[in-house]
Design a binder for this molecule. Structure first.
Ligand code: NDP
Length: 341
């Protein structure tokens, strides 16, 4: 019998790829959206990729409200919980992110428990692994490592929200929610192709670079993973019981912003004049940080290499991950196709 998978936060960048891959694999998909109007925009955007998108049911749910979740989970076989706030800028109050992320995850799990749905894959993040360590940051983090959300000098509100949400989820399934089979997926920064013109946080950085919005590059960098691998990991964990109770880091190569800009410059020579090459001196980053919360969040990242190991997920997938370079280029190509840049 065809399995039905609930994807929460269906409008999101990763969710769009996952929904298309699930449909391609013959699953039935139900999605949660914050408004049905948004859901219809999503269907219009995804229809050119797969006409089966019209069979996707949509349920209106907000992470901050109980409304809709019982309906959303009713009769599904698996829940893929992706919804979580991921804004471009740092909020004044960390609770603006923590509350929906943590309480929302618990809402989904409690609805699952009530409906007798056992299998839940939760999109956590490397944000719940490699932050808050201060000077004790491991050279390479593994699934054993956890972010310390209390060290706010090395852990921004988004990282706090993802850590507290994942912790709460594990605590719930080990206690009141016993019986729920949970897996967490912990990707680093996700790039790769976009499937609609709605550009959100991570690919938004590529859009800003190619759009000439970033004049100089701070000495910061990130590990990168392709959204196609993130989606593949969500499906592989769902299909393999060995993943129950496990976390999986997804992380390919580390790129400085300068290297990222260089990759894009080589791939898209027409954008060469928009893509920055100049570095922003560290003192300038620190100076601007006095007035800008977003820049302040860069200060702790200056010249830092937060690294995670993908060994475990590679074993599960039985292959290497898509190179980070290809992920940037796929973002660039699709940003051009959708005329975002
Ligand atoms: P997006 O911002 O594209 O998607 C986030 C989704 O969450 C959207 O569908 C959004 O809905 C939904 N959402 C946000 N707040 C609420 C709320 N209060 N109630 C209901 N839905 C809500 O992000 P991504 O696709 O990139 O991220 C998906 C997941 O992956 C998140 O959990 C994120 O933390 C995680 N992740 C992402 C990484 C990345 O680099 N992109 C890296 C590691 C983890 P709406 O469209 O209405 O805003």
């Amino acid at each position: 019998m065809t399995k039905t998978v609930l994807v929460t936060g269906a409008s999101g960048f990763i969710a769009q790829q996952l929904i298309l891959d699930l449909l391609d694999k013959g699953y039935q998909v139900r999605g949660t959206v914050r408004s049905l109007a948004k859901g219809n925009v999503l269907k219009d955007a995804l229809r050119p990729h797969n006409v089966k998108i019209d069979e996707m049911e949509l349920v209106e749910c907000d992470l901050e409200s109980d409304k809709g979740w019982d309906e959303a989970v009713a009769g599904v076989d698996v829940i893929q919980h992706l919804a979580s706030p991921f804004p471009m800028s740092v909020p004044k109050d960390p609770n603006d992110l923590i509350r929906p992320a943590r309480d929302g995850a618990l809402r989904v799990l409690k609805a699952a428990k009530k409906a007798g749905i056992n299998r839940v894959i939760m999109t956590s993040s490397f944000a719940a692994v490699g932050y808050g360590w201060g000077d004790d940051l491991p050279e390479v983090c593994t699934e054993e490592h956890w972010t310390n959300p209390n060290n706010t000098a090395d852990c921004r509100p988004y990282m706090q929200s993802k850590t507290l949400a994942e912790r709460a989820a594990w605590e719930y399934v080990e206690g009141e929610g016993k019986g729920i089979q949970l897996t967490a997926i912990n990707p680093v920064a996700v790039f790769g192709p976009i499937r609609s013109e709605q550009v959100k946080t991570s690919v938004g950085v590529v859009a800003q670079l190619m759009g000439g919005k970033i004049p100089a590059l701070p000495n910061v960098g990130i590990q990168v993973v392709d959204v196609r691998d993130v989606s593949a990991a969500h499906i592989a964990t769902m299909e393999n019981d060995e993943s129950i109770g496990e976390r999986y880091i997804l992380a390919d190569e580390f790129f400085s912003m300068k290297e990222c800009s260089q990759v894009l410059k080589e791939a898209f020579p027409n954008y060469a004049d928009k893509l920055p090459t100049r570095s922003m001196p560290d003192f300038l980053v620190k100076l601007i940080a006095l007035f800008s919360a977003d820049m302040k969040s860069m200060v702790t990242e200056l010249n830092k290499r937060r690294m995670g190991s993908s060994d475990k997920v590679k074993q599960l997938l039985g292959r290497d991950l898509i190179p980070g370079r290809d992920a940037f280029i796929a973002s660039g190509e699709t940003l051009i196709d959708y005329k975002v840049v």
